[in-house]
Structure formats: structure tokens, C-alpha cells
Ligand binder design. Structure first.
Ligand code: FPP
Length: 239
């Protein structure tokens, strides 16, 4: 028998393939990032409608600074513009916005916008949208170690990580054909189901999302237990 809840509560996404999407069309790489924002907008809607309560997208990694300067500048401006244009709509739809990462490296305008968006949407509860920006899983562990040391480790280690108040991701999706984590949520992905698709991020639409959900629904999540133990508990719960 299938588990009772087959929709992931927390979905984490690596949106890969923007550059290739553009290059296939003889467009500059940044055109792929622009189209990628449309795919994020669409995912926020369909994920919310499907019952996902927490969505984390990787917009800019600690390592993305190594890209050509024009691309870095474009990505930063794209994030700023998208947030400025979308924040009201996110708020109307009951979305709580969070930026996760070392935001101190972003422009002061972007930091102010982030603070305003977080303050405006903090009471919303339909969907939590975490945008990882200047984020890296190793950065998160390092900053948590520093905080824990400064606090004399007065709480469980995970309490010092960026996602302390959120459940670990149930499903991870990476588009663009590569099968790696790329320094995303290193601590939090310990028991996450990992889904990889060849689809390039700007092409990732509702049918692709539904395919990932269908795949997830077939997984048996054991969290270190045996399959028999898991099935026994599921049968008891549903009896
Ligand atoms: C990876 O594709 C994608 C990124 C590094 C940036 C992702 C950003 C967006 C989708 C837009 C901004 C997001 C928000 C939330 C406003 P790639 O460039 O590595 O593609 P490639 O592997 O084909 O080169």
C-alpha cells in the first residue's frame, strides 16, 4: 500500500540548463536566464496548487561569482527585478518569501528589497518560497559552526543552519541532465529523493513537474529502516 502522503512538503530545485537552452536558439546565455524566471513563476503556481508547502530554488551559488562578469551582473539584476515585480503578487497569493545565503555580498538595494519582501510576507502560510542566492551548502555548514561556537553550542547543531525552522526537502529536482548536487543543501538532502531530468530549466513546465511528482509517489522512503518496518507502520497508520 502506498504511503498516505505522496506530495512532497518541501521541494528543492536546481534550475540547470538556461545557458544551453539559449545557445540552442543562437541567443546569448542570459536570454536563457530570463526565460528561466518564467519557469520559476510557473513552478511557484503549480507547486502551490499541488500541495507543496515549501519550495527552495537555487538562483545563485557561492561559486557562480566565477562566471563572466556580465553574466554575474545580469543574474543579480534579474533577481532584483524579478523580486521587485513579483513581491506584491507573492504576498496576495499567501507566499512567504525568504532569501537564503550570504546576502551581505549583494548590493545594498537588493539587501533592502529582500528585507522589505521578507517583512511584508512573513505572516503568509500558503507556501514558503526560499530563494538561495549566494548560497552554498558548505557555506551554510561553516556559518552554522561559527554561530554554534559563538553560542557555546547551546542548541542542536541543525538549529544554526539556514533552514533550521523548515522541514528537510522530500524531493530534489535537477534539470539539465547533470546528476550532481553542486553544493546545494548538503546537510538537508540526507534522506531526500533525488530526481534528475534532461529537460532544460526554461522548458520545465507543468507536465515535467507532474512527472516528477508521479516518480516521487512511487518511492518508498525508509529513513534507515527496513522496507518491512516501513510497510508495517504505514499499514497501522492507515488501518
Ligand atoms: C543554471 O543554468 C542556472 C543558473 C546559474 C541561474 C538560475 C537563475 C534563474 C533561473 C533566474 C533567477 C531566479 C529567480 C528566482 C529570480 P546554467 O547557466 O548553468 O545553464 P547551462 O548548464 O546550460 O550553461
Amino acid at each position: 500500500m502506498k504511503p498516505l502522503t505522496t506530495i512532497p512538503k518541501h521541494l528543492a530545485v536546481v534550475m540547470d540548463g538556461n545557458g544551453r537552452w539559449a545557445q540552442k536558439r543562437f541567443l546569448p546565455r542570459v536570454a536563457g536566464h530570463k526565460q528561466g524566471v518564467e519557469a520559476v513563476r510557473n513552478l511557484i503556481r503549480v507547486a502551490g496548487e499541488s500541495g507543496v508547502t515549501c519550495l527552495t530554488v537555487f538562483a545563485f551559488s557561492s561559486e557562480n561569482w566565477k562566471r563572466p562578469e556580465e553574466e554575474v551582473t545580469f543574474l543579480m539584476e534579474l533577481f532584483f527585478k524579478a523580486l521587485r515585480e513579483e513581491v506584491e503578487k507573492l504576498h496576495t497569493n499567501g507566499v512567504r518569501f525568504r532569501a537564503v545565503g550570504d546576502t551581505t555580498a549583494l548590493s545594498s538595494e537588493t539587501q533592502s528589497l529582500i528585507n522589505e519582501a521578507q517583512a511584508l510576507t512573513r505572516g503568509n502560510s500558503n507556501l514558503t518560497l526560499n530563494v538561495a542566492v549566494n548560497y552554498g551548502g558548505r557555506w551554510d555548514i561553516e556559518q552554522a559552526v561559527a554561530k554554534a561556537a559563538a553560542a557555546g553550542r547551546s542548541a542542536a547543531f541543525a538549529e544554526y543552519l539556514s533552514f533550521a525552522d523548515q522541514p528537510d526537502p522530500d524531493l530534489f529536482i535537477r534539470t539539465g541532465g547533470e546528476r550532481r548536487i553542486s553544493n546545494f543543501l548538503l546537510w538537508q538532502l540526507a534522506y531526500t529523493e533525488l530526481y534528475f531530468t534532461e529537460t532544460l530549466w526554461p522548458d520545465f513546465g507543468e507536465p515535467d513537474f507532474k512527472a516528477a511528482l508521479a516518480w516521487f509517489a512511487e518511492r518508498e522512503r525508509r529513513f534507515g529502516k527496513t522496507g518491512d518496518q516501513v510497510r508495517e507502520t504505514t499499514q497501522k497508520v492507515s488501518a
